[in-house]
Design a protein around this ligand. Sequence first.
Ligand SMILES: [Mn+2]
Length: 431
Amino acid sequence: MDEYVTRRNKLAAQMHNGSIAILRGAAIKLRNHDADHPFRQDSDFYYLTGFNEPNAVFVLSKDDKGNVLYILFNQSSDPVAEVWTGKRVGQDNACKIYQADAAYDIAKIDNIMPDLFAGKQIVYYPLGADEKLDLDILNWLKCSKNKALSFIPNTLTDILPFIHELRLFKSDQELEFMRKAAVISAHAHLDLMRSCKAGMQEYQLEAIFNAKCLDAGCRALAYNSIVASGNNACTLHYTANDQQLMAGDLVLVDAGGEYNNYAADITRTFPVNGKFTEAQRLIYNLVLEAQLAGIAEVKPGNTWDRVQIVILEILVKGLVKLGILNGDYKQLIKDNEYKKFYMHSSGHWLGLDVHDAGKYKINDRWRKFEPGMVLTVEPGLYIANNISGIESKWLGIGVRIEDDVLVTKKGHEVLSSAAPKTIEEIECAAI
Ligand SMILES: [Mn+2]
């Protein structure tokens, strides 16, 4: 739990004296009728508390002398409810285990919070992100005012930029969880290459992936898996996964497990019957060349957009060489001619969220890589079968290759390297 103390201290250090920070944890969400979605804690809340129950509110209170108190509002123990939904941490253990300085029953929050506002100038919270919390904050302010408390906050400040900047730099413990998520997911990808056969359904590959991740200790997938065979790979967020795998097609699998709430995000593309055709081989190797060159640019001091530029140049030059695009590659890039084949960017931050928190630009300039950041590098080429003027051998080929990359002092570490990636490795895995 020391990890969470450090994070709260880092946040508190940025708060003004005479301020209060408030975050609400996630609620249980209904799936249909009376069946719930599996509970997943809010990432910012989890980052600062490690607390995994629904219906909780986090408070960090800093008085005008700079003394900080961590207060948790959480569900109280309830023997009747606990028969149905399991043991609750309760207030005593919130202090003992989760190191809260004080813990109160969440049911009493409206009575207690106005008093916590007394003597504070600023309220930090996710401004405008949660309508209910916006209204609650205003109500608590009104109550403080009505109580004629001498001094109540007059400034509301968005807390998220402070937390998100902290989340961008992963601690050793976070990296341990991310490595685990990446290794489990990479092995699951390898398993798909081994078990894939023509005639299977896309969802059967999805089932194998999910089973592997859950069996290895992931309690959830980090996002809905994309298992897209043939032309389906050209639909970027294809998640229907309900088509039959055909010999001669490629299948693109974008899937990652979540370990202790940390995400992996890996994409591999491989032939349904284990062997690339010549056209598939050419497109695949072009995407791979771009991905490797992109990863090579991940090192301290390089800027975020460097990866993007290097990848784009290789892809467009390659498309010209293959005769899929015609013209000068620089002009083709300027005119966005490549966008019908490569329409997304080369990656994103990765962590508690699959598209993780953290700014990409500072003062409108692309930020530089620093040790401890984790990002994905994921170029792709998608030649949808309804694009006109393209030789038929290219049509219906969609390839994306995505790895999870940690910025280290010396350069980078590919966390997901256990998933086969070269044509040789992939064809070998299928035997
Ligand atoms: Mn991704």
